[in-house]
Design a protein around this ligand. Structure first.
Ligand SMILES: C[S@@+](CC[C@H](N)C(=O)[O-])C[C@H]1O[C@@H](n2cnc3c(N)ncnc32)[C@H](O)[C@@H]1O
Length: 128
């Protein structure tokens, strides 16, 4: 889980489940124009870049992949370059949200991540 190369190699189970979720629920999303999208727990970036991003509306403004683990973000940055994609080190359960993120996102996704977070109540405070 903390080693991006190992995660990239051994995450077929997660990918299969994530694809099931996308297939079942993505059609329910009411996309905003010029959408700003956050993926929480971006990990190695493979799922978000190869499976989520192609389903974003053509006119999406940006996709931000955040993760608590800088090694994951480094791996993702090395493998994906896209002018509309940013990478951000962020603990989604932190008590203080960086002020520049407040109200910044129209849509927030998260795959196989929130169950890892111990501070559940704090995580769901609507400050992003
Ligand atoms: C199992 S991986 C999922 C990666 C990707 N979303 C996927 O589905 O393949 C979980 C990711 O959540 C990240 N993570 C765990 N706790 C986090 C937190 N508090 N804030 C942000 N990311 C966190 C981990 O570093 C890890 O990269």
């Amino acid at each position: 889980m903390v080693e991006p190369r190992l995660y990239a190699k051994y995450s077929d189970l997660q990918r299969t489940d994530n694809l099931f979720v996308l297939d079942k629920y993505l059609r329910l999303v009411k996309w905003k124009d010029d959408a700003s999208v956050l993926d929480v727990g971006f990990g190695d970036g493979i799922f978000a870049m190869e499976n989520l991003k192609p389903h974003l509306p053509d006119n999406f403004r940006k996709l931000v992949g955040c993760d608590i683990n800088p090694d994951m973000l480094k791996f993702a940055k090395e493998n994906y370059t896209d002018p509309k994609v940013d990478f951000l080190k962020l603990d989604i359960s932190a008590e203080e949200t960086p002020v520049e993120l407040e109200g910044e996102f129209d849509h927030i996704f998260s795959f196989y991540t929130l169950h890892w977070v111990t501070k559940q109540r704090q995580t769901y405070q609507p400050n992003i």
